[in-house]
Structures are given as structure tokens and as C-alpha cells.
Design a protein around this ligand. Structure first.
Ligand SMILES: [Zn+2]
Length: 388
């Protein structure tokens, strides 16, 4: 197995490039999952070009894939449906059962992407880095499910790490890959059209080549420079933020939702701050439901995520939760009042909110569970796939 470039970096091809050897760790990078975010594609091309120029011998394989090719060609987020909401178990089963001729635009993208991803995801040590950018301005940040294996790769980036987005948004690519037990992290590099975003995403890529074990630190001569670049862009921001609220835009208001101008990601917002108008005119104001950190305000016409609100999480909480998870308390949780084990190993629990309301959400987050369903007064939580 050599370390030669196997695929030329042809702009429209699904595989942007592939370097290294398949018998080591694998770093899969997806760029342009949203067609209006070309910065990630340019960042991946730069790294591929630079690796070829330097002739770096990698310890594993680096594979860069294009996300929404049709969307990228038309500079639009998506044509029929957001490609980053199609990765639930149900949607994947439906995709496998359906003839390809019936696919809509993004289902076709997903089918092609899966054909490339599946053999890679069958490997042992896989890291996915999904490159994104935002419609509004703001610093770079990482997003991932709070599994123990995601933490070191997310923290290596030196930007704020957002937890719990998957409880508010389902069907993302990282959620699917993370559920298989792999490392899966999103990096948002900044504003989509800002040339600096390409640089920040490029830095994130070099850092992750090392944190995934695909390159050694010695192989990336300018590693420190990349770390400093990301650190500088995120200076003064909390290290960890839990996403606590998503503003859902009703389907009929998708074209009419208007954020007030001038909000940037990570702005500190007081409770009751006027943030947006829900649809046409001034009569349906949207206020912040609590005091928090504003994340990903929507300054584009597509998508139903208006904005998110987060709260900062203390580093102590993170180390405590890592320690608790290693104790495997799953079965013991069934002894708590109002908690019933739904699945034998304790990976799915039903919590009666009327009894367990004082500890429910926080305790289960701490132990590595995520909210997966609400059934009347019952909260159903499932254990994230920690590699312990
Ligand atoms: Zn995106």
C-alpha cells in the first residue's frame, strides 16, 4: 500500500481526493453537505494539494468527499430537502428499500455518498470531520454528540465545543456516524463567504489529521500555526456550551422568517430580547426564552432552524461525567424512583417526569444519555455509543 494520490482533485467528482494507506486509522472529511457552503470544499482541496506537494507519508488514510454536488453547483443549500437531516435509521432503511429512480435530489446525493462512506465506516478507527460554515458572522466552533471518543478530537480544535445539538436536530450525518461508535465532529468555520473561513477550516483539517492519528505531529510542520489561528479566532469564548433551545420555524413560514440584522454567533442574549419576526411583517415577534448564548442565527432563506440558544458548561462537569460513565451505572439507574429500564442492557430508559422531574435531564446527560423521545409524561433517554 503506497501513499500516492489515487484520485485527482476534479471539482465535480464525489471523491475530492484520497491519500495514504488503508491499513491505518481513517479520516473522512465531508465538505459542502450544504450546497451554499463552498468554503469547506476549498479547504479540503488546499490540504490535498499541500499533502501531494509535500509528499507526506501518512500513517492512515485521508478521504475527502463532496456532500451536495448539485447544491454546490447551484450555490444553494439544497434543492428538495436538507441533506443533513436524512440520516436517521428510518430514512436510511427507506433509502435502501427504495429504487434509486424514485430518489429526489438530496436522496440521490445521499445514496452516492453512502456508497463511498459504507466501506470506510466498516473500518476500525474512523474519524469523520464534517466541514460547514454559517450564514451569519461569528467565530468558529465544533459540534458533536457528547461521547467520550468525540471529546479529544473536538477539544484538539481549540474552539468552543457545542454539545446536545442532536437532541434538537435529528438526522445529521455526524449523528449517524457517531451512533456506529466512530468519532464524528462538525466544524463550523465562520461566515460562508468570508475568505478567512477557508483558512480556519483548513487549520481544523490539519489539526484533525493529527488528532485522528492519520498524520503524526512531526508530519505537519506548521501545526502550531494552525492551532494558534483557531485559538485566536475563538479567544474569550466558553470552552463547552450545551445547546438548550432550538427555535423551530413553521414549515409555512420558512420563506418569511426574518432575524433582526446584526446578530452574530455567540452573542450573549438577555431573556426577552427581540431576535426575529416569525413571518411577514412585525406582528409575530420572537423573543429569547431565557438568558443564554445565541448560536447559528439564520440569515438565509432556507432551513427551519431559526436560531439556537446555549449555556456554558463547566469543565468539572465534563470530567465528572467521564468518570461516571466508566462506572457503567446503567442497570443501577433502574433502581431510581420513576425510572424504568426499557432495554435489557440499560441503554434505553423511560423516565416518569412526574416522579423524577428534579434530576431527569441533567443527571442523564451526565451519564451519557440523550433525550430521544417524549411520550406524554414520559421522557425516553438512550445511551450514546461511548467507546470505553
Ligand atoms: Zn452547514
Amino acid at each position: 500500500m503506497g501513499s500516492a494520490l489515487q484520485t485527482p482533485a476534479e471539482p465535480a467528482a464525489r471523491v475530492l481526493g484520497r491519500v495514504g494507506r488503508s491499513d491505518g486509522p481513517t479520516l473522512v472529511v465531508t465538505a459542502g453537505i450544504h450546497g451554499n457552503e463552498p468554503a469547506g470544499v476549498q479547504a479540503a482541496q488546499r490540504v490535498l494539494g499541500e499533502l501531494a506537494r509535500r509528499g507526506t507519508a501518512l500513517r492512515g488514510e485521508f478521504v475527502a468527499l463532496l456532500g451536495n454536488r448539485a447544491g454546490l453547483a447551484r450555490e444553494t443549500r439544497f434543492l428538495d430537502e436538507d441533506l443533513n437531516r436524512l440520516w436517521t435509521a428510518e430514512r436510511l432503511a427507506a433509502l435502501h428499500a427504495r429504487p434509486g429512480a424514485l430518489d429526489h435530489a438530496e436522496q440521490r446525493e445521499q445514496r452516492e455518498l453512502l456508497a463511498e462512506l459504507e466501506p470506510l465506516l466498516a473500518r476500525e478507527r474512523v474519524t469523520l470531520l464534517d466541514l460547514h460554515s454559517t450564514s451569519g458572522g461569528g467565530p468558529p466552533f465544533a459540534l458533536a454528540g457528547d461521547t467520550l471518543q468525540n471529546r479529544p478530537v473536538a477539544f484538539a480544535l481549540g474552539v468552543p465545543f457545542l454539545l446536545g445539538l442532536e437532541e434538537n436536530v435529528s438526522g445529521t450525518l455526524v449523528e449517524h456516524v457517531g451512533a456506529l461508535g466512530h468519532v464524528a465532529v462538525v466544524i463550523e468555520g465562520g461566515q460562508s463567504r468570508d475568505p478567512r473561513t477557508v483558512e480556519l477550516l483548513e487549520s481544523a483539517l490539519w489539526i484533525t489529521l493529527v488528532s485522528s492519528g492519520v498524520a503524526s505531529a512531526a508530519d505537519v510542520a506548521d501545526l502550531e500555526l494552525h492551532r494558534e489561528r483557531l485559538c485566536a479566532a475563538a479567544r474569550g469564548l466558553p470552552a463547552v456550551i450545551e445547546v438548550a433551545h432550538r427555535h423551530d420555524i413553521a414549515a409555512e413560514d420558512e420563506q418569511r422568517f426574518e432575524m433582526l440584522p446584526g446578530f452574530e454567533g455567540f452573542a450573549r442574549i438577555e431573556r426577552g430580547t427581540l431576535l426575529a419576526h416569525a413571518g411577514g411583517g412585525r406582528e409575530r415577534p420572537v423573543h429569547a426564552p431565557f438568558r443564554g448564548i445565541l448560536l447559528m442565527p439564520r440569515y438565509q432563506r432556507q432551513g427551519r432552524d431559526g436560531f439556537f440558544l446555549g449555556r456554558s458548561v463547566s469543565p468539572l462537569w465534563l470530567s465528572l461525567s467521564a468518570a461516571l460513565r466508566r462506572l457503567h451505572l446503567e442497570r443501577a439507574l433502574g433502581l431510581l424512583p420513576g425510572v424504568r429500564i426499557e432495554e435489557r442492557a440499560g441503554h434505553v430508559l423511560a423516565v416518569d417526569r412526574r416522579i423524577a422531574r428534579f434530576f431527569a435531564a441533567e443527571l442523564f446527560h451526565l451519564l451519557g444519555y440523550r433525550r430521544s423521545e417524549e411520550r406524554g409524561h414520559q421522557l425516553v433517554v438512550s445511551r450514546r455509543n461511548d467507546r470505553l
